[in-house]
Each structure stands twice: as structure tokens, then as C-alpha cells.
Design a protein around this ligand. Sequence first.
Ligand SMILES: OC[C@H]1O[C@H](O[C@H]2O[C@H](CO)[C@@H](O)[C@H](O)[C@H]2O)[C@H](O)[C@@H](O)[C@@H]1O
Ligand SMILES: [Ca+2]
Length: 573
Amino acid sequence: MRGLNLHQPGLRNDPDWFRKAVFYEVLVRAFDDSTGSGSGDFTGLINRLDYLQWLGVDCLWLPPFYASPLRDGGYDVADYTAVLPEFGTLPDFRELISQAHARGIRIITDLVMNHTSDQHPWFQASRSDPEGPYGDFYVWSDTDEKYSDARIIFVDTETSNWTFDAVRRQFFWHRFFSHQPDLNFENPAVQEAMFDVVRFWMDMGIDGFRLDAVPYLFEEEGTNCENLPPTHEFLARLRAMVDQEFPGRVLLAEANQLPAEVVDYYGTEEAPECHMCFHFPVMPRLYYALREEKAEPVIRVMEETPAIPKGTQWGTFLRNHDELTLEMVSPEERSAMYGWYAPDPRMRANVGIRRRLAPLLDNSRSEVELINALLLSMPGSPCLYYGDEIGMGDNIWLHDRDAVRTPMQWTPDRNAGFSTADPGKLYLPVISSLVYHYNNVNVEAQMATSSSLLHWMRGMLAVRAGQDVFGLGDFVVCESDNGGILSFLRAMPVEGELAAGHEGHRAVLCVNNLTSRPQAARVQLPERFAGAAVRDLFGGTGFPAIGEDGSVTLTLGSRDFFWLGLNPHEENS
Ligand SMILES: OC[C@H]1O[C@H](O[C@H]2O[C@H](CO)[C@@H](O)[C@H](O)[C@H]2O)[C@H](O)[C@@H](O)[C@@H]1O
Ligand SMILES: [Ca+2]
């Protein structure tokens, strides 16, 4: 056992930390440029940790910062144990970990196991020396006909999962871009090499990994080459190694699949795999429900979500560095969502929408608040995307997913306070559109305005942090007589293991008006809440108690929501 991170100053010794945490995805490149190079870096991120601590996030997720030609935002790794020189050095990264930990903030990073860049020395060796030690590191074939049942993921750019290599005079397999050859996981040396990568970064002190594109590790003829048994066997071995050598560190699966398939990435009691999995299908349903003004799509996807093993957690999100993926919705839902959210074809990418949260919702403050309230109160540990806490805009005139990867907007000054470089030297231009210009949308201005979205987000995170039930409690949909109202309980037992030592209310009733008009609704709770006292979690104001039949009638303004603490034993006041 090499690495318990629990003794780091600032980190709480809590095995459930990831189940209660708010994650924050931040691109090192996009956050703060401390050197004037035009690109963000580790020192810049260190300089902004106080801001992230102030905001109330618990764990950062850093997408790849490894040596890379950057043809896929760093997901094209050219050296797994080197960092991009423009981001700093390994000692700088180590300093970032220790500075984050000192502030009680954990860090997980991306582990891109499925593929490398074609610039990786393993691929260069594999293509030029088929009989050498790396000859079998990739998936080679004399034809491009194998695995024909596997879909193409990057439909905008790729026409085949095979590309001919003129050096080796064979085809190589790639699930993503043709410059990203898939590693051959059938080769034990590849598996061992990946274990060593995991050890390298965990030894350095990171708190876990997001496992990128994890369904695609193995291939098998006659299948769609996704979620195959050997992939799960490999993940179980990886988890066993992590548990043994780095207890307390987490693995988070990025498996863009239906819930019934994703749950397999938690593994079994005998052979656990990941501690967390992103829940892809729920995210588009939140956007869908806002436009359809109906709770049903969200309720349905939650009903289709199987229970997960004890001690694990979903990861949830509204946006990330990729397009808002519509792979997990039906063709009818997809075309409705394109119509609502991506009327201009430039807003689309692959099977999804390359826009940020605020522009998706046409900068409607009440919709941004409501969808964030849903994210923060539904099951799962929410992951925020940098800049969405201030309602940053996007730039659909940029290439591919760069539309949503522009520099963080700190101030109304040059380059939005992100960099002192000549503006032309920035890795991407700052947002200067009419509505989302950095003159108006920036951290400094919002910090100075108590009614800003930024202050609202911080307040929400603070309230959530005081209620363990959001991370640990059950999710129970409460029937209501109004289809535009989504109401559910987050509850955990008063007696028993879960309740011991945890804070806050044991039951919170969340009621959300998905419609743009005021609504009244009679909400039915389980019988045990009959007569319970009701208090708003934000101001502590008492509401009328739950009726003796277990129901309560509430009125909500347009896109309004309530988080109501329930106490069956309190005198109502
Ligand atoms: O490394 C290749 C890609 O891996 C992740 O991709 C995921 O995003 C895709 C959409 O952009 C999605 O369709 C796919 O199912 C996912 O695995 C990573 O997040 C991407 O940035 C990266 O290009
Ligand atoms: Ca693969």
C-alpha cells in the first residue's frame, strides 16, 4: 500500500467523499495563463485555487495535460508520463496537487487508455518494426473488413474505423480520429504499461482517474465492440491493483451507454470495477423536459436506471468539454432537441450540440437556475463545467468542440484577465459576442454583484454541502397532479449506518416547476411523512406541514423550485 491521500493537510478522512462531492471540470489550457504564453498553465490554475475553494467545489477533474500534438484537445496522448511543456513541469503539477489538497480540494485526471496519438513512440515503433517489442501494441489487420458491426463515433470526420498505414502496409483500428490508433488490450504488455501509467500518477498524489472512452478497450468479431466481457475483466484487475496499492482513490467511468449497460462498469461485489460512472442519458432528458415542460422524460429515465452497488455513485453533468451528446436519446427526441437547441447547423457536432449551458438556454437566468437545481438535487455527484458558473458563452465559429473551450473570463480587461499575451497569440480567442462579451460576463463583475449567477451558484453549493442526503440518500419520485411539476424525495434512514455522523436533514422534498408559467400542484409523499414539519432549506422559513394523508399542495412561480427539509418530529411553526 503506497498511497493513502487521507493524511494530506486539508483533506477530510471520509471514504464517502466522492459520493457527496461537487466536481468541477477545468481545462488547464483554458483557466489562467501565468506566463503570458497565450495558454493556461499549472501555475495559473494554482493561482485560481482560492476562487474554486470560495465557490465550494470539492474535486477538480483535469482533462489531459500530457505531451500531445493537441489534435484532439490532448486526448491524443504522445507520452503518458510527461506534461505539455506549455502547461509547466511535473514539479509544477505536484505543487498543484499539494496546493489543492491544502484547500480541501481533490484532483482527478483523465486516463486515455483506449488509444494514443499516432505520434506516440509506441505507435512509431509498432508501424516501423512489426516484429519488435511494440509490434503488437496496436490493432493491425491486412484488411479493413474486421469488426464491421462497430459504429463510427466521430461521424463528422471519419468514414471508417480502419486507416491504412503506408509504413507498415497494414490497416490500424481506431474508434475515434484516424490519428488516434487503438491500443491492443489483448496484449498483456499493453495492460501492464497502463498499470504503470496509473501507478505513476497515483504515486504523484492524484485522487483518481476519469477513464476516458472505456467501453472500447477490446474488440471482438460479430459484436459492436463495446462493453465486452474482457473489458470488464481488465477493469476489475485495475480496480484490485488500485485498492491494494492506492486505497481511497477513485475510478470514474466515461461510458456513454444506456444505464443498463453502464451499471456493469461498477462491477460486482466479488469483482468491483469503478467507484463512479457518468450517467449520460439523464442529462439530455433535463434539457428535453425544460422545453416539453413535462416531468415524464426525467421520471422515465430514472425508472430505467438500475440500482447501483452500495458505496458507489453516479456522476452527473449538464455540460462538459465535448458536444452535448444526443447518442442516448431516441431519434424523435434527438430531432426535437436539434430543433430547440441547435437550430443553426453550425451548432451541431457529431451526434450532439457544441454549445455552452447559458446560450443553450438563451441566457434565461431562471432556466439556468432551475436546471442547476435539478443537477444539484438529483442522484449523483454533479460535475460543473468551468465558466458555466458565470454563464459564459460559446463561439460556434470555432472548429469542432473548441466552441466550448475558450479562455475563462476573469475581468473586463485585456484577454478577459486570462492572459497578458498579445490577443492574437491566445490558444483560442476570448468570447466577445454581443450577449456574452467578457466585458459583461466575468468573475470580477459577478463577485461584485450579490445577485449574480456566480453568487447564486456558490449559495447553492453551500446549501447542498450541508445536506449529505443529496449525496447519500435514496431518490423517490413523488406523484403529483400536475405533469409540469417534477417532485421527488431525497431521503436516508434515521437509524442505521448511513445516518451515523452525517449532517443536515434526513429527508428533502424537491419540487420543480418545469414550465414557464406559475403552477399549483398537490404532491403525494410516502405515508411516514404525514404531519411532518416543512422548512425551506435556503432561508429556514416554515411551510405548512405535510397533511395527515401525506400530501402537500404548493404553488410555484415560472421555472421555480423548492428544496424543503422534512422533519416528522418537529413542531411546525
Ligand atoms: O478520446 C476521444 C474522445 O474521447 C472522449 O469521447 C467521448 O466523447 C465523444 C463526443 O465527443 C462521445 O461521443 C464518446 O462516446 C465519448 O467516449 C473525450 O471526452 C473526447 O473529448 C475525445 O475526443
Ligand atoms: Ca479499442
